[in-house]
Design a protein around this ligand. Structure first.
Ligand SMILES: Cc1ncc(C[n+]2csc(CCOP(=O)(O)OP(=O)(O)O)c2C)c(N)n1
Ligand SMILES: [Mg+2]
Length: 599
């Protein structure tokens, strides 16, 4: 190599450092040892975290971003190593979270010869086809000199517009080929690009007219409000117009859930006041939310929404999400924060914004009535002292034990449904979950990323027994890198969310959904607390609701990795005011209230 030349791997690592990436998460293989060598050279500037399953690396990178706003990188080898990554890519892609996945591939000189670990039967070195549906974009430089362009374009694509994970697939020889004397300068290529585009000014004024004329307005917030940094402005807007705010699962925490205008989650398991207000709204202002089936009661009119006659104002940075599932009275492509600021500016310019104040006050009273009905409906669950622990009570005990600045990362399963229904998050990152792809393991591993992003804040993972067993390798990673997270294993001896579907829809024909001892038929699971201890982590078992909060507090106070094996009942599902119907499996009914039919 010519003097002063950086090779492909060095260019990528240097570029990451220039983009202030503090961590690279990954797992070795022959396909990426040269990249790891470049990380070795710069160990003082970027820390390498070696995990025990590639998915863990992806989930850590994902949640690191959700907490800090800083994208990081993963590194995986060719063939199976990178084939373990698409679950994490899909998760981040559907939840619009950026990270740069540096994947190794076979040497270009061996393309299409069927070398060890080459996917070649359809096209040479074909990892890009594997991940095309799972990420925002794939780059595959095939000469060293292509690397600087690829890395800067990959980064820019990842962070601009609607963010998402991007794959940089690098053949073995390209890591070591001369690439450039200098890396591209982020100041020139991505740091100064703003995607904070506002909405068309006519659209802003129409939105103001519609909101001021509304008698039963509701604001619905999604993830765009949280990751777009719009929470503070959103609150100002809601207070200024006295409009109640509901959220999708991904929008949870976009407004303090104890705020007087906070309605709650719109979903099957969402409270009466949230679903019942949203479906009666005359104007619904939807901000950075994509109306998936979970948020929209499977799009059945009259449960979560009734659009039309509700007039929908839908604002999103990605116009593909506008008009996907509901007709719009007004659709505006814009960054949510910029749009909310535009609205606030336009409202300041209006002389009188109180025209409908009496109707609005009546609407808030009506909604308060729904809230009372909901609170009476859920009250008994909090008083249950039985063992196994009542799941509603468990959610409340765990939530109450985590300090206001704490971060709860949930996994996927029935425990997640309980948590999003009964936790009271105060900040945008108080309760983190995956709602697009929903891969098991997200919360098991994601909590490690959360703790690295916020070392001074308590980080608790609440995960199913199924998911924890699937990804128990995290215990080792927490020990090796001294990452003091608390795992609460929501142990219900089953893939309970799926068993619940068999019970509810398939006449209880249960198969392949619970964990049983082969001889006794008794519920079976490994002893998770002992498993933690075998890894050098403190582990305790909790069987009673009254002990659960203390266990969580003790785990947080320990300042070391800690595991709580919590024995939690699975015989009930979190009921709410919406539905989730799977086509062909019959009709669902909400647990409270019914279908709304406008006159
Ligand atoms: C990787 C992966 N495999 C399968 C599923 C389908 N799935 C969704 S929830 C669930 C059950 C999870 O069981 P557990 O972790 O014990 O959580 P629980 O529902 O019991 O709270 C399954 C299998 C999934 N989401 N992700
Ligand atoms: Mg379970």
């Amino acid at each position: 190599m010519a003097k002063n030349m950086l090779d492909g791997a060095q260019v990528i690592v240097d570029y990451l450092i220039r983009q202030k990436v503090p961590y690279a998460f990954g797992l070795c293989g022959h396909g990426n040892i040269q990249f790891i060598d470049a990380l070795y050279e710069r160990a003082g500037d970027i820390k390498t975290i070696s995990v025990h399953h590639e998915t863990v690396a992806g989930f850590m990178a994902d949640v690191y971003y959700r907490v800090s706003g800083q994208p990081t990188a993963t590194f995986t080898s060719c063939g199976p190593g990178s084939a373990n990554l698409p679950i994490a890519l899909g998760n981040s892609f559907l939840d619009s979270v950026p990270f740069l996945a540096v994947t190794g591939n076979i040497p270009t000189s061996q393309f299409n010869r069927g070398a060890f670990q080459e996917l070649y039967r359809h096209y040479q070195a074909d990892y890009p086809s594997t991940v095309r549906a799972y990420c925002k974009r794939v780059f595959q430089p095939t000469r060293g000199e292509m690397v600087p362009l690829a890395v800067r374009q990959a980064w820019k694509t990842m962070v601009t517009g609607r963010p998402g994970p991007v794959v940089l697939d690098v053949p073995f020889d390209v890591f070591r080929e001369a690439a450039a004397e200098e890396t591209p300068n982020p100041e020139e290529w991505s740091a100064n690009i703003s995607c904070r585009c506002g909405a068309d000014p006519d659209g802003v004024s129409k939105a103001v007219d519609m909101l001021l004329a509304a008698e039963r307005p509701v604001i619905l917030i999604g993830q765009g409000v949280k990751y777009g940094g719009a929470a503070a402005d959103l609150r100002t807007l809601a207070e200024k117009l006295d409009i109640p705010v509901a959220w999708s699962a991904s929008g949870t925490g976009g407004i303090d859930s104890t705020h007087r205008l906070a309605l709650g989650l719109v979903a099957r398991n969402g409270p009466y006041q949230a679903n019942h207000a949203a479906r009666q709204a005359d104007v619904l202002l939807a901000l950075g939310v994509r109306f998936d089936d979970r948020t929209s009661s499977s799009w059945l009119p009259g449960y979560s929404f009734t659009i039309p006659p509700t007039r929908l104002i839908h604002v999103d940075i990605d116009p593909d999400e506008i008009g996907r599932n509901y007709p719009v009275a007004l659709g505006l492509m814009a960054d949510v924060r910029t749009f909310v600021r535009q609205l606030l500016g336009a409202l300041d310019a209006r002389k009188d914004i109180t025209a409908n104040a009496a109707a609005r006050a009546k609407w808030l009273d009506t909604v308060a009535g729904y809230r009372k009905e909901w609170e009476a409906y859920i009250a008994p669950g909090f008083a249950d002292e039985g063992s196994p622990i009542n799941p509603q009570r468990a959610a409340r005990e765990i939530d109450a034990a985590i300090p206001a600045d704490g971060i709860l990362v949930s996994d996927i399963g029935v425990h997640h449904n309980w948590l999003i229904a009964f936790c009271k998050p105060k900040r945008p990152d108080s309760l983190i979950g995956s709602m697009g792809f929903g891969p098991m393991g997200f919360g098991v591993a994601g909590a490690l990323g959360a703790k690295l992003a916020a070392p001074d804040r308590p980080c608790v993972s609440v995960c199913g027994d199924g998911a924890f067993f699937m990804h128990a390798s995290v215990l080792g990673t927490a020990v090796e890198y001294k990452i003091p997270v608390v795992w609460v294993v929501w142990n219900n001896y089953a893939y309970a969310s799926i068993r619940g579907l068999q019970r509810g829809y398939l006449d209880g024909r249960e198969l392949a959904t619970d964990f049983k001892h082969p001889d006794t038929g008794a519920p079976y699971n490994p002893d998770f607390a002992a498993m933690a201890r075998s890894a050098g982590i403190e582990g305790v078992r909790v069987d009673r609701a009254t002990d659960l909060g203390d266990a969580v507090r003790a785990g947080i106070a320990a300042g070391r990795p800690y595991l709580i094996d919590a024995n939690i009942g699975a015989d009930r599902n979190p009921g709410g005011a919406g539905v989730w119907e799977l086509p062909g499996l019959g009709q669902s009914q909400p647990a409270i209230g019914g279908r709304y039919q406008p006159n």
